[in-house]
Design a protein around this ligand. Structure first.
Ligand SMILES: CC/C=C\C/C=C\C/C=C\C=C\CC(=O)SCCNC(=O)CCNC(=O)[C@H](O)C(C)(C)COP(=O)(O)OP(=O)(O)OC[C@H]1O[C@@H](n2cnc3c(N)ncnc32)[C@H](O)[C@@H]1OP(=O)(O)O
Length: 291
């Protein structure tokens, strides 16, 4: 019930009611949501989802809810066959889960938050559409999860950007389905090293290890994503979708089977004093780094 009311509440915030005439053209209907801009190029059947939640596109409960609703709308739109996921915030793809959602809140809040994280991943990982991440900035932790849940990743070749699952550096543990998703991308051994050490890879190392598929100059990331999209869309949808599902279903089923216990694990993990302390110390270190 709480989730339903949040979804309904969010649908109003989503701004379907607030579109101006300038934002709606025949060829590029744009939906300006609070955190995500969705632009559907109808003739081509491709939507661009631009995350625009400054300063760092952190994945708050509101953001995740909006993301899942937006993706579901595209999934149900027969005119949309592909999605390019990118960022409208300079230098940042996404800073991952919003740490503020995991600090000093109630157990009920943590459970609701974690269900929204699961939902985002389930929707993205099982999408029937072709999904391409156009990674135009830093991409740690939950940001990396989003990227590796797509079918293909193109990253800006900027030595300042990094990508990876750095959870252990915060004193927390990536859950099994984060681990499964990255292992499906880079293999078991590389995942073991990557997770234990909480490695963040430079763009060039990310290409070498296979977290990303291609590097291009920053200003070409979106064009490169569009070019790759047209190659993938040249394959008949039905055959491609069944192949995708064959590869991903066991991983999806594992979370679906253990969804409630995963939420309980998260809540009991994150409510530990030691974990709260680690997260607070990490947030303070982010603030101090600035100064
Ligand atoms: C046994 C197991 C059972 C169950 C599983 C249990 C647990 C699993 C739990 C959790 C899994 C979590 C996955 C995650 O995604 S955790 C998030 C990890 N993210 C990070 O480590 C990234 C942190 N951020 C950065 O490194 C940088 O901000 C940056 C490189 C992304 C950008 O650098 P900038 O210099 O451009 O910006 P900053 O000045 O650092 O930041 C601006 C502003 O934003 C705040 N902020 C940054 N990241 C976050 C975040 N992830 N959440 C909330 N807020 C964030 C930062 O503090 C600054 O705020 P102020 O302006 O100072 O207020």
């Amino acid at each position: 019930m709480m989730i339903l009311s949040r979804l309904l509440g969010c649908q109003e915030q989503l701004g379907f009611l607030h579109q101006s005439k300038e934002e709606l053209t025949d060829s590029h209907p744009v939906v300006c949501n609070r955190n995500i801009l969705v632009e559907l190029e109808e003739g081509v059947g491709v939507a661009v989802m631009k995350m625009k939640s400054p300063p760092v596109n952190s994945l708050s409960l509101d953001f995740l809810t909006e993301f899942s609703i937006s993706l579901e709308k595209l999934e149900n739109d027969r005119g949309c066959r592909g999605v390019i996921l990118t960022s409208a915030v300079p230098k940042i793809f996404s800073a991952g889960l919003d740490i503020k959602e995991m600090c000093g809140k109630s157990a009920e809040h943590y459970a609701e938050f974690w269900r929204a994280v699961q939902e985002m991943w389930l929707k993205l990982y099982k999408s029937n559409m072709v999904t391409i991440a156009a990674i135009n900035g830093n991409c740690p932790a939950g940001g990396c999860l989003m990227a590796v849940s797509c079918d293909y990743r193109i990253m800006a070749e900027n030595p300042k950007y990094s990508i990876g699952l750095n959870e252990t550096q915060l004193g927390i543990v990536a859950p099994f389905w984060f681990k499964d998703t990255i292992a499906n991308t880079i293999g078991h051994r590389a995942t073991e090293r990557s997770l234990q050490l909480g490695l963040l890879y430079s763009a060039s190392d990310a290409l070498k290890i296979g977290i990303v598929d291609e590097l291009v100059p920053e200003e070409k990331v979106l064009n490169a994503a569009a070019a790759t999209m047209s190659q993938w869309l040249a394959i008949p949808d039905y055959a491609r979708q069944i192949s995708k599902s064959m590869m991903r279903k066991p991983t999806l089923d594992r979370l679906l089977t253990h969804r409630e216990s995963d939420i309980q694990n998260f809540v009991s993990f994150v409510t530990k004093d030691s974990i709260q302390k680690s997260l607070q110390t990490y947030m303070e270190s982010l603030k101090q780094r600035k100064g």
